[in-house]
Design a protein around this ligand. Structure first.
Ligand SMILES: O=C(O)CCC(=O)C(=O)O
Length: 276
C-alpha cells in the first residue's frame, strides 16, 4: 500500500516512520530461521555474504518495502548499500547516540539515505530499546558527535520499546539514534536486520570493507530486479578508504580545496526543502 501524504510528511519532518507488524508472522518465522543460520556461520556483522541467505535477501527486494522507499525518496531511483543481520541476547550492551548518514566529510543533507530497521520479534522493553531523536536528521554533524552522551535521555527523544513482532522502522540515516541496554528477563529474542538504500544523484561512500563490490555483484547476479536496474549498482559508490585518506589530517575549511566557481554561487542539486 502506498504511503499517505501524512506519513511522507512525518518522515521528512521527523525523520522516521514506524510500521508496526509490517511483516506477517509466517514470514517472520522463516526470516528468523535464516538469521539463526546467518549468526552461526557469519560471525562478522558486515553483510559480506548476505547473498547466500535467500530470506534476508527477500527483505531487500520486498516489493512493499521498495514501494515505501520509492515514496520516501520522492520517486528517485536508489541503490542498496548494506544489509546487516543479528540476534541480540538479553543483557546486550547499548549503542551510544549516533547517526549512519554516509558522507565524507559531513557537509549537507541534499540526498536521502534510508535505514530500514526490522525487529522480527518486536521490542518489549527487555532486550534493548531503540531511541530516536526526531528532526535530528536535518542537522549536519559527525556520526559520533553525540556519542559522549552514551544512551542517556535527551529532550524530545522517542523510545521504541513496545512494538509487535514484524515491526519495521523506516529511518532517515542521518537521524540520531541509540540502543538503550535492558537487563533481559523476557522471553523474546532481539532479531535485528538493517538494510540501507541511497538516493540517486550523488556518489556515496562504499561500505567500509574490502569486497564490497563483490557483494553487490553477487546480489545483482542472484536478485537482479529488471525494473530497478540500479538497485545493486557499484557505480553509485566511491571507495570509502580512498576518501577517508584524502580527508584525514586536513586542517581548516576543505571548501578552499574545491575548484573555484566563477559567477553565481554553486547550485545544490536536489536540495531538500526544509519542512518546519
Ligand atoms: O539495535 C538497534 O535497535 C539499533 C542499532 C543501531 O544503532 C544501528 O544499527 O545503527
Amino acid at each position: 500500500m502506498p504511503l499517505t501524504d501524512d506519513e511522507k510528511e512525518q518522515f521528512h519532518k521527523l525523520g522516521f516512520l514506524i510500521k508496526p507488524g509490517f511483516l506477517w508472522s509466517d514470514r517472520v518465522a522463516t526470516i528468523a530461521a535464516d538469521v539463526d543460520r546467518y549468526v552461526q556461520i557469519e560471525p562478522r556483522f558486515d553483510g559480506r555474504n548476505v547473498w547466500r541467505y535467500d530470506q534476508l535477501c527477500n527483505l531487500i527486494i520486498d516489493p512493499e518495502t521498495l514501494a515505501i522507499t520509492d515514496d520516501l525518496m520522492g520517486g528517485a531511483a536508489f541503490t542498496f548499500h548494506h544489509c546487516h543481520a543479528a540476534r541480540h541476547d538479553p543483557g546486550l550492551a547499548g549503542v551510544p547516540w549516533h547517526h549512519d548518514y554516509e558522507q565524507i566529510p559531513q557537509t549537507n543533507r541534499s540526498h536521502v539515505q534510508l535505514h530500514v530497521l526490522h525487529y522480527l520479534d518486536g521490542l518489549n522493553g527487555t532486550v534493548g530499546d531503540l531511541l530516536l531523536l526526531p528532526k535530528s536528521h536535518r542537522s549536519v554533524m559527525r556520526r559520533d558527535s553525540l556519542s559522549f552522551l552514551r544512551e542517556q535521555e535527551l529532550p524530545g527523544m522517542v523510545v521504541i520499546n513496545d512494538v509487535p513482532p514484524g515491526t519495521v522502522v523506516f529511518a532517515h540515516s542521518a537521524l540520531l539514534h541509540a540502543r538503550r541496554a535492558q537487563p533481559g528477563g523476557g522471553d523474546r529474542k532481539r532479531y535485528f536486520i538493517d538494510i540501507a538504500f541511497m538516493q540517486e544523484g550523488v556518489l556515496w561512500p562504499s561500505y567500509g570493507r574490502e569486497g564490497w563490490r563483490d557483494t553487490l555483484a553477487a546480489l545483482d547476479d542472484k536478485f537482479h530486479q529488471p525494473d530497478r536496474p540500479k538497485l545493486f549498482a557499484a557505480d553509485a559508490f566511491f571507495d570509502i578508504a580512498d576518501a577517508v585518506s584524502r580527508v584525514q589530517g586536513s586542517a581548516g575549511s576543505l571548501a578552499m580545496r574545491l575548484p573555484e566557481v566563477h559567477g553565481a554561487s554553486r547550485p545544490v542539486a536536489g536540495a531538500i526543502p526544509i519542512v518546519q
